[in-house]
Design a protein around this ligand. Structure first.
Ligand SMILES: CC(C)(COP(=O)(O)OP(=O)(O)OC[C@H]1O[C@@H](n2cnc3c(N)ncnc32)[C@H](O)[C@@H]1OP(=O)(O)O)[C@@H](O)C(=O)NCCC(=O)NCCS
Length: 185
């Protein structure tokens, strides 16, 4: 049952026991909407592997919003691109179960994620948003993300072409400076 509308969400790190709910929220979007451009629902083996990969690196955290013991949504940071030159950049994702929309939970989830992105020393966080998703664009703007790009017709799902809006949040970067030793010429 969805928690009472007045009940506050507690945003915390995800644990294994949250993975069923995370997968359900994600798969509902996959099967009914265009926020995700996956076509097939993920099975639990895929979800557990995804979680293990996120757990291995402090710069790819996963958070959930817990409302009265129920997972109402999740946010996470993922690799933006695999090459090491991108190591101070991550892509962010936020999903809220539709039963809990417009209760401030997306904002709570993104707020915690942005704070953590700063703490772990990221320089840039990218949101890649389907072009008609005004809710997500407005949410990200609230946290200081700026629109930096618009790609036309880069997706196709449910019979229609889809655009990608790129939004970027710029952060101070690693405390104590960069690690140029990691960069060979
Ligand atoms: C986008 C999403 C995460 C917002 O979550 P939410 O919990 O409903 O959002 P909140 O209640 O915290 O709203 C925060 C702000 O987002 C914006 N917003 C949220 N829903 C909106 C809507 N339907 N229309 C316009 N703006 C909206 C507003 O700026 C809002 O601030 P306000 O309430 O002060 O006006 C949610 O709609 C969702 O999960 N959508 C499906 C998945 C998705 O699109 N994820 C983003 C992928 S990039």
């Amino acid at each position: 049952m969805a928690g009472d509308a007045s009940e506050q969400a507690n945003v915390r790190r995800a644990i294994e026991a949250d993975l069923e709910a995370i997968n359900r929220i994600y798969n509902d979007e996959v099967l009914t909407n265009v926020a995700s451009w996956d076509f097939e629902a993920w099975n639990m083996a895929q979800r557990r592997q995804w979680f293990a990969e996120h757990q291995r690196d402090e710069t790819t955290p996963v958070f959930v919003a817990d409302v009265g013991g129920e997972v109402a949504g999740m946010s996470y940071l993922s690799s933006y691109r695999p090459r090491p030159g991108y190591r101070y950049t991550r892509e962010n994702t936020v999903y809220v179960d539709p039963r809990f929309h417009r209760r401030g939970i997306g904002a709570q989830l993104l707020g915690v994620l942005v704070e953590e992105a700063g703490r772990v020393g990221l320089r840039s966080v990218i949101a890649v948003i389907e072009g008609s998703n005004d809710a997500s664009v407005a949410l990200h703007e609230r946290f200081g993300y700026e629109q930096v790009g618009l790609l036309h017709d880069v997706g196709h799902k449910f019979g229609g072409w889809l655009d990608s809006v790129y939004m970027e949040l710029r952060l101070p970067g690693p405390e104590g400076g960069l690690d140029p030793a990691a960069e060979r010429d």
